[in-house]
Design a protein around this ligand. Structure first.
Ligand code: HEC
Length: 107
């Protein structure tokens, strides 16, 4: 179940024009770095997500409200308890993460 979801996500990122390495990297990076607070599929439906009141990235309202630039700004600055990733992630990694987050909104 988890594996097939992952395959579908990677496949959709490919359709969106990323090459396979970028799609897999972005997804892995999200799981390793962001999922502990934002949830494996962006729902923030885990212990830390509840604890820190992390946003549900799957919400259509949230997706519409946030521009890519807004998302990038949050990744760089890290609101509240979230670490700032401005220096620790490359521009390519950040755009891959934005695509992963956008993909959550399509579910
Ligand atoms: C230590 C927990 C933690 C980690 C790790 C973390 N975040 Fe966050 N994040 C938060 C919290 C708490 C907020 C503020 C509440 C909210 O807006 O969801 C937040 C906010 C955000 C927002 C803005 C939401 C909004 O509506 O303003 C984005 C985008 C985001 N995080 C993306 C990421 C990405 C991408 C990563 C991985 C590189 C990441 N976060 C890692 C806890 C975390």
């Amino acid at each position: 179940m988890k594996l097939s979801g992952q395959k579908i996500l990677v496949a959709t990122l490919l359709v969106l024009g990323m090459n396979s390495a970028q799609a897999v990297e972005g997804y892995k990076l999200y799981q390793e770095t962001c999922a502990k607070c934002h949830g494996e599929s962006g729902h923030a439906d885990n212990f830390r997500g509840y604890l820190y009141f992390a946003r549900n990235f799957n919400s259509k309202e949230w997706q519409q409200k946030m521009s890519d630039a807004d998302i990038l700004q949050r990744i760089n600055q890290g609101p509240r308890i979230m670490p700032a990733y401005e220096k620790s992630l490359s521009d390519e990694q950040k755009s891959a993460l934005i695509r992963v987050i956008r993909e959550f909104g399509r579910n």
